[in-house]
Design a protein around this ligand. Structure first.
Ligand code: PHE
Length: 340
C-alpha cells in the first residue's frame, strides 16, 4: 500500500477545517485514525514490506496520525468557541449570572391545617390518634348508637366494601371515638384527624372524599361547660384572642345532648363574606358522649362521662382560605396548590 503522505495530510486538513460539527469530525476521525481507517491500514501493511522499509513506513504513518489528530482537536476547539461566542452575542449569555432558582413545593392546605390544629390540641393535653379508613360497620355505626334501621344511616350514604355490608369506607371520624375508648385508660383527651368518604354526587359543596378531625374527652362529671371551655381554648389557639361562642341544638345519635357550635366571626364585627353577614360562623357539631357509646367502648356510664366534637376540616379550610369549590381540595391541580 503506497500513499503520498503530504497530499493525504493536506486533503485531511482541508476536510477537517470545513467540518461543520462534532458528528462530521467523528466521521473524519473514523476515516483517518481508527483501526479500520487509513492510518490503521498503513500500520497493518507494515509486516508485508521489505524489512529495510518498515522503520520509515511506521514513522511516516505515525506522523500522519499525529498531524490528523491535532487538526481534529483544533477544529473541535474552534467549533466550541464559535458556539459560545454565538450564544454570548445572541441572547446575552452571562456565565456570572446565578442559576435559575429551584422551585419548592408547599404543604397542602389540609395538611397545614391538620398540623396547626393537632399542635394546639397536643399542647392542650390531647393524644393524636389515627384510625382505619376501611372500617367495620360496628365502629362506624353500631357502636355509635346508629342501629341498622336508624334513619341516620340514610343521610350518610355509605361506600360498602363487601356483599354482607360488614366493611365500609368510614363515613366520619367518629369510629375513632370507640377505638379510643377501647385503647386509652380514662380519663383521657384525644383528637383523630383523617379522611372520610361518602357516596355523594359531587358538586361545589359535595365531595366523595373529605377530611374531618374528631375529638373526644373522657373523665368524671364532664359537662357542657367543659366542652365550651375547650372550644374557647381552641379558638384562642387559632386566632390568638377570645371569641364568643354559642350553642344551637343539633341531633347526632352518639351524643346527648347534641349541639352545633358557632363562633363569632374572627374577620369582622358587622358581617362579611366569610360569615355570610351574620357575624357567626358554624364551627363544629358536638355534644356529650351518649351513654350507649360509653357502654360500646366498655365504660360504665354511671362512672364516666365525656364530650365529643367533629371538626369539618375540609369545610373550615375552605371557609378560612376563601375556597369556593370543595373539589379543588383533592383535585391535584397545580395552579390551585401553588397558591398555598
Ligand atoms: N360524626 C359527625 C358527622 O360526621 C359529626 C359529629 C362528631 C357530631 C362528634 C357530634 C360529635 O356528621
Amino acid at each position: 500500500m503506497t500513499v503520498d503522505h503530504a497530499t493525504t495530510l493536506a486533503e485531511a486538513r482541508q476536510r477537517i477545517a470545513g467540518a461543520p460539527d462534532d458528528d462530521a469530525l467523528r466521521e473524519l476521525e473514523r476515516e483517518y485514525v481508527d483501526k479500520s481507517g487509513l492510518v490503521g491500514q498503513l500500520l497493518a501493511a507494515i509486516p508485508s514490506l521489505e524489512p529495510a522499509e518498515r522503520g520509515a513506513a511506521g514513522r511516516a504513518a505515525n506522523e500522519l496520525k499525529q498531524a490528523v489528530v491535532i487538526a481534529l482537536e483544533d477544529r473541535r476547539r474552534a467549533l466550541l468557541t464559535a458556539a459560545l461566542d454565538a450564544e454570548r452575542k445572541g441572547d446575552g449569555f452571562d456565565p456570572t449570572l446565578p442559576p435559575p432558582s429551584v422551585e419548592r413545593g408547599s404543604l397542602h392546605p389540609i395538611t397545614q391545617a391538620t398540623r396547626r390544629l393537632t399542635e394546639i390540641f397536643h399542647a392542650m393535653g390531647y393524644h393524636v390518634l389515627d384510625g382505619p379508613e376501611v372500617e367495620l360497620d360496628w365502629y362506624n355505626f353500631e357502636a355509635l348508637n346508629i342501629s341498622k334501621d336508624h334513619p341516620a344511616r340514610d343521610s350518610q350514604d355509605t361506600f360498602y366494601c363487601d356483599e354482607e355490608g360488614k366493611r365500609v369506607l368510614r363515613t366520619h371520624t367518629s369510629p375513632v371515638q370507640i377505638r379510643a375508648l377501647e385503647h386509652l385508660e380514662p380519663p383521657f383527651r384525644a383528637v383523630a384527624p383523617g379522611k372520610v368518604f361518602r357516596q355523594e354526587s359531587t358538586d361545589a359543596s359535595h365531595e366523595h372524599t373529605f377530611h374531618q378531625m374528631e375529638g373526644i374527652v373522657i373523665g368524671k362529671d364532664i359537662s357542657v361547660a367543659h366542652l365550651i371551655s375547650a372550644m374557647k381554648t381552641l379558638l384562642r389557639g387559632i386566632f390568638d384572642r377570645e371569641l364568643e361562642v354559642r350553642l344551637r341544638p343539633g341531633y347526632f345519635p352518639f351524643v346527648e345532648p347534641g349541639f352545633e357550635l358557632d363562633a363569632r366571626c374572627p374577620f369582622c364585627t358587622e358581617g362579611c363574606g366569610v360569615c355570610k353577614r351574620t357575624t357567626w360562623i358554624e364551627l363544629l357539631p358536638c355534644g356529650l358522649v351518649h351513654p350507649n357509646v360509653l357502654k360500646s367502648g366498655g365504660l360504665d356510664p354511671d362512672v364516666w362521662s365525656g364530650f365529643a366534637f367533629g371538626l369539618g376540616l375540609s369545610r373550615l379550610v375552605m371557609l378560612f382560605r376563601g375556597i369556593d369549590d370543595v373539589r379543588h381540595l383533592l383535585g391535584g391541580d397545580q395552579r390551585f396548590l401553588e397558591q398555598f
